[in-house]
Design a protein around this ligand. Structure first.
Ligand SMILES: [Fe+2]
Ligand SMILES: [Fe+2]
Length: 168
């Protein structure tokens, strides 16, 4: 499953990179729009599990982590919006159709195979950090992008912890 995650992610990223050549902020906005959907999906499934009386010992920790991640990702999204990333309706339409599908895929995936779902988001976060690192290497210092890059690395560490927590 982890290999499939990596292949699907590589193909999706290659398509987005091709479509958004030379348009960094719209590309970042699309990536941020998509990258936060899994956290919404994780929270939805955790809420459902709680409603069904399936609250495990790690439940509160995961709820807090994923809620904080949704807020942080929305801050990233707002920053990309402030830089014109969502100015064109084509980009908004593209991202919102993609995110609609990706959210529901993550709901099912997290319900059935939470470690694999976390692993997919872990790969997405690592990819996001690499994307911002490449941007900084090509465009010079940018404090805000560096801050976002570090947030993505922190998310990847949190996902790694979550994987270890539920995989015992
Ligand atoms: Fe982000
Ligand atoms: Fe992130």
């Amino acid at each position: 499953m982890k290999k499939l995650n990596a292949v699907v992610l590589d193909i999706t990223v290659a398509i987005i990179d091709f479509l958004y050549q030379g348009r960094d902020y719209p590309r970042f906005w699309v990536l941020e729009e998509i990258a936060r959907a899994p956290y919404f999906a994780f929270l939805s499934v955790l809420h459902l599990r709680e409603s069904l009386g399936l609250r495990g010992p790690e439940h509160l920790y995961l709820m807090k982590e994923h809620f904080a991640q949704t807020l942080n990702e929305t801050e990233h999204l707002e920053y990309m919006e402030s830089r014109g990333g969502s100015a064109h309706w084509v980009d908004r339409a593209f991202a919102r159709h993609l995110v609609f599908a990706y959210y529901w895929i993550n709901v099912v995936y997290y319900w059935l195979a939470p470690v694999c779902a976390y692993h997919l988001s872990y790969e997405v976060e690592i990819h996001a950090a690499e994307t911002y690192a490449k941007y900084l290497a090509l465009n010079g210092p940018d404090e805000k992008i560096l801050e976002i890059l570090n947030d993505e690395l922190e998310h990847s560490r949190e996902l790694q912890n979550a994987m270890e927590l539920i995989n015992v």
